[in-house]
Design a binder for this molecule. Structure first.
Ligand SMILES: [Cu+2]
Length: 129
């Protein structure tokens, strides 16, 4: 009796996880075919390319490095995260929505709020399949 309960529980747990995975990743495993880009902020500017293009449906990983603490906002996908010097911040998402989306600063250093006064730091472009 005890044994069969355990088996059922294990089975249910497995099904639950699978369902969550399906919802989150639309049945695809992360890791393979991921478009990974490292973006470096220095002196409040993105070094090098300031636009990266993707194809709709791409799995994207943006890895952010900075020389000053900054809160970043990827518009359209509504990802808002803070990166600090010495760490790498990863933004992971499926590029579902097409268009050109800015990444803006919501304040460097300890500054808070939602100001886009200095304009966009970076853009992602998602092109239709
Ligand atoms: Cu914003």
């Amino acid at each position: 009796m005890r044994y069969s309960k355990y088996v059922i529980l294990t089975f249910l747990t497995a099904v639950t996880f699978q369902t969550l995975d399906t919802v989150k990743l639309a049945g695809k495993a992360w890791a393979q075919n991921t478009s990974v880009h490292t973006i470096t902020i220095s002196h409040r500017k993105v070094q090098g390319k300031q636009t990266i293009r993707f194809k709709q449906g791409d799995q994207v990983e943006l890895k952010w490095r900075t020389d000053e603490k900054v809160k970043l906002h990827l518009h359209g996908y509504d990802i808002e995260k803070t990166v600090t010097p010495g760490e790498t911040l990863t933004m992971k998402f499926y590029a579902k929505a097409t268009g050109r989306f800015p990444v803006t600063s919501h304040g460097f250093g300890e500054k808070k709020g939602h100001s886009h006064g200095t304009g966009a730091l970076f853009y992602i472009e998602v092109h239709p399949k």
